[in-house]
Write a protein that binds this ligand. Sequence first.
Ligand SMILES: [Fe+2]
Length: 321
Amino acid sequence: MDRIEITTLIDNVTDSLSSTPSFVTREWVWLQQKGMKRVAGGSLCCANHGLALVITVEAAGERRSVLFDGGPVDYAVERNGTRLGVDFGAIEEMVLSHGHWDHAGGLPQAIAMTRAANGGRAVPLHLHPGMFRERGSRQPDGGVLPMDRVPAPAEWAAMGADPQVSREPAVIAGHVLVSGEIPRVTAYEVGLPGQVARDAEDAPWQPDEWLHDERFVAVNLRGKGLVVFSACSHTGIVNVLHEARRLMPGVPLLAAMGGFHLSGTNERIIPQTVADLGGFGLRWMFPSHCTGWRALNALERAYGDAVVVPGAVGKTFVLEA
Ligand SMILES: [Fe+2]
């Protein structure tokens, strides 16, 4: 690609004040470019626990857009999407990175807004067969807190999506790589401790810590290398980058963006992860969503703020060849 533009439609964090490198536009500046004349609460985006990225790639003057996840809830897509001026009609395809509510919950709204702007065309939605069981988190008292389910393929079709259910890698919108299942090659990245799943309301909860349904997305910036988008990294961000290298041999890794999931029970793997991330030659790291403040601080201490640029809602990143 000659150019990659990433608009953060939804993220856990709002931060329009911290300074950023010149290729990153902060939310308020972007909103001014989109016509905001006066700053006010009602003019701004909302932060929510979740992630949604609009990725627009450009080659030979042709722009193509995909949506990587939809965040947790419909109103965040509507609120942030309209304020940020997201061109929903240009979104050709969508990817749900894994079967969690904080990435899937806003997709129905994104599908509706896309179809309202594209003449009613069905939107291909890339899914994995392992994301439709009901999931939950084991609680300290031994009980289970269920998570909102991911709609089944037929339900997505009824919403106007064209569900593409696969475990295999694919190239979408001409240029965007969607990975297959991500092999576990490190010893310390062991998924999401305490996650369980069940096949029916009356079925027993079973261990479900590996999240084999998680996939990543990657784009090759001409002459610079691969930008890897990992939404929640339940497979481990180091495993993700090993697999990105394996899928695109000979292409250097330029940047890793998304949720590195080094919060909660995964805080114990921060030191090893931060050390191993140094082995990929990344020019940038753009951690966001579920990375957690301890890992974010550890990354910044290790690699500095010329390398580590955290995400936030409304931030737009433009990378050029
Ligand atoms: Fe997540």
